[in-house]
Each structure stands twice: as structure tokens, then as C-alpha cells.
Design a protein around this ligand. Sequence first.
Ligand code: C2G
Length: 129
Amino acid sequence: MKRVITYGTFDTLHYGHIRLLQRARALGDYLIVALSTDEFNALKDKTAFHSWEERKAHLEALRYVDLVIPENTWEQKREDVQLYKVDIFTMGDDWHGKFDFLSDLCEVVYMPRTEGISSTMIRDKMRTG
Ligand code: C2G
């Protein structure tokens, strides 16, 4: 059982997120998503449109996601990897290199982002119509 973990806000879930989660799950047999809380989003200067509970429900509806846990801090990743016995940590390559410090604990894989879609773009379109 190869266990994979990824982190993010996953606001206004879109096909860029879903392709990321699909590829992440395909790296192993079990995918954990650490979902940014609203408090942690504030640390990322982000304000999600959907609540944490709504974003969690969206992710849990996907066949690629096996478990959703809260992401509260930048520092929790090492503990999460050990606690959940993670074999592979993966993120989109906009984070390339940023989490290499985990490579003594697990494999670190950065995957190409999906171009042409973002939560910001969706929110702007929702605002302007
Ligand atoms: N993503 C993607 N393609 C897009 C948009 C997002 O592949 N068009 C990926 C990102 O690279 C990331 C994941 O989807 O791996 C979630 O994206 P966000 O919700 O924007 O996550 P972010 O704010 O980058 O949070 O501790 C890490 C942070 O919590 C990452």
C-alpha cells in the first residue's frame, strides 16, 4: 500500500485540481489531502470562497481522494508524513523545490500544473459575469 499526500486550498474545485489529484492518486494506492483551513489560508494571503467543510466535502466526493485532513501550519508536513506513513509527497510544480526538505522521509514529486484555469480566474469571472 503506497500512500501519497498533497496539500492545498482547493477552492472552487476545478479540473486543474482534479487532474492534480488524479495524477497524485495514480502515484500510489491511497491519497491523503491536507486541506488548508481558513486560518492557514490567511497565512497564505488567501480567502477561500467556500468554507473548509464545503471544500472538504467536494474533495471527499472525488474517487481519487481517500482521506482529508486539516492543514493548519507550514510546519506540519514532516509530522504528517511520519504519522500517516506517507511514501510520496506531491504538489504542483509551482512549488518546485520548496518541499525538498522532506526527501529524507519520502519521495518528493512535483507535477506540471494545468494551465489556463485557477480559482482566482473563476472568482473573477463570477464577480464580473
Ligand atoms: N494546481 C494545478 N493546476 C492548477 C491549479 C492548481 O495543478 N491550474 C495544483 C497546485 O499546484 C497545488 C494544488 O493544485 O498542488 C492545489 O492548489 P491550491 O489550492 O492553489 O493550493 P496552494 O494554495 O498552492 O496550497 O502547503 C502547501 C499549500 O497549502 C499549497
